[in-house]
Design a protein around this ligand. Structure first.
Ligand SMILES: Nc1ncnc2c1ncn2[C@@H]1O[C@H](COP(=O)(O)OP(=O)(O)OP(=O)(O)O)[C@@H](O)[C@H]1O
Ligand SMILES: [Mg+2]
Length: 410
């Protein structure tokens, strides 16, 4: 009897993932870019497209893959200078230059019979494909499409060439990054639809402080990814992406005990201490002791051998240490033995995701709505004036606990 065909369900085809070489990006992509496909990296000038693509190429070289960076815009020397500024080894960055010779940009060299687009675009694409056929890279970056767009006299001709390029890559085991500075008028949706995946980089204008940068995966065909905006920075060493924090992914098991502040009277107000794993908001006017109370908790934990971090937003580390010493807390000793760390951060220069959750949060009396609602406990302390004459101060009361949630309370 003839054997019946197997009824086992067909396994979905999953292309292998390759690492992008950009810290944080593989996490956003759930393991890297599916290999052998064509991706669009789009963003305004200066958003870091070239830097990201160089990191991608160097990661390939480091992994022993053949890789190639084709530059149509910047000369090789400029790219190498940029790589050197990041401290990268140029031996890991194979570059092929397609920058038009200066002579061909001069008016005498302009074509008179044929429109330049008919000659140069076809010629450039032909040379590109010849080179790619010769080198057969597993990773390829083309920087940037705006040069091809300039060579094409109209968008239709340009898109036809891109479709031809996509067909050229089909069946070749090459993962391609196409860089685009969005110089086309309006959003080039057709370009987005041609690519298998689109990574969008953007700078966010703010009225004050350092530029904030966001990356977003617009699409990734046949694959899930971490949706939404992810902060990123460009520092010496390249792009670093901070995947959007999802609280539920960071749950860890810990004992449901109470944390002592080291001050028996304060602990007694919480029935023994603050519940471990909860957050507390310390509220009060300037000078009432918010920072000192927070330092007290951190110091007490450090003394028990638990590790604590203090992020100081509006004062220097030295001042925080000196004040703690004056209050009898030898924080330097705990810092030296690694149980306590104090960082000074400038909120204007910091993106939310690049700072991991602060373990101690203090706030002045003007509390933003979100902070009082997300803190599970709010401690308010009196202003110094009320300590002398509480009746003269109507804005505060002696230390009071406004709300203390425990797992059992609704
Ligand atoms: N060595 C470095 N250290 C820190 N930041 C750097 C360094 N080199 C470049 N940058 C940052 O990266 C930005 C440029 O990145 P990049 O050249 O990758 O952008 P791009 O998107 O390719 O720009 P364009 O569209 O003009 O080609 C600079 O504006 C600067 O903010
Ligand atoms: Mg660039």
């Amino acid at each position: 009897m003839a054997s019946s065909p197997s009824t086992a369900p067909a396994q979905p085809f999953e292309p292998a993932r390759i690492s992008t070489g950009v810290p944080g990006l593989d996490d956003v992509l759930f393991g890297g870019l599916p290999s052998g496909q064509m991706y669009l990296i789009e963003g305004d000038p200066g958003t870091g497209k070239t830097t990201l693509a160089m990191q991608f190429i160097m990661e390939g070289v480091r992994n022993g893959e053949s890789a190639l960076y084709i530059t149509l815009s910047e000369p090789r020397s400029e790219l190498q200078a940029s790589a050197r500024s990041h401290g990268w080894d140029l031996a890991h960055l194979p570059i092929a230059e397609f920058v038009p010779a200066e002579a061909s940009l001069s008016p005498e060299q302009q074509y008179t019979v044929f429109h330049p687009s008919e000659v140069e675009l076809a010629e450039t694409v032909r040379k590109l494909t010849l080179l790619i056929d010769e080198r057969r890279p597993q990773r390829l970056a083309i920087d940037s499409l705006s040069e091809l767009r300039l060579l094409a006299s109209d968008m239709m001709r340009y898109r036809r060439q891109l479709l031809a390029l996509k067909q050229f890559f089909a069946g070749r085991d090459t993962t391609v990054l196409l860089l685009d500075d969005r110089s086309a008028e309006g959003s080039d949706r057709q370009l987005q639809s041609i690519a298998h995946g689109v990574i969008h980089l953007e700078k966010v204008q703010r009225s004050y402080g350092a530029t904030r940068r966001h990356a977003e995966i617009i699409k990734l065909r046949g694959s899930a990814y971490r949706e939404g905006f992810h902060d990123y920075t460009i520092i010496r060493g390249g792009l670093c992406i901070y995947p959007r924090l999802v609280a539920s992914e960071h749950e860890a098991a810990f004992p449901p005990d109470k944390l002592s502040s080291g001050l028996p009277t304060l602990d007694s107000m919480f029935g023994g201490g603050i519940l471990r794993g909860s957050s507390a908001l310390v509220v009060g006017p300037t000078g009432c002791g918010k920072s000192s109370i927070c330092m007290q908790y951190a110091f007490a934990a450090a003394q028990r051998g638990e590790r604590s971090i203090v992020y100081a937003f509006d004062e220097g580390v030295r001042i925080a240490i000196d004040r703690a010493h004056a209050l009898g807390m030898n924080v330097q000793q705990e810092i030296d033995r690694g149980t306590l760390a104090i960082f000074q951060v400038d909120p204007a220069d910091l993106s939310p995701a690049s700072s991991l959750g602060a373990s101690a949060v203090t706030s002045n009396s003007s509390i933003p709505a979100w902070s009082s609602s997300t803190a599970s406990t709010a401690i308010s302390t009196p202003c110094p004036a009320s300590a002398i004459s509480p009746s003269t101060c109507t804005s505060c009361s002696p230390i009071s606990i406004r709300r203390a949630l425990s797992p059992s309370s609704p």
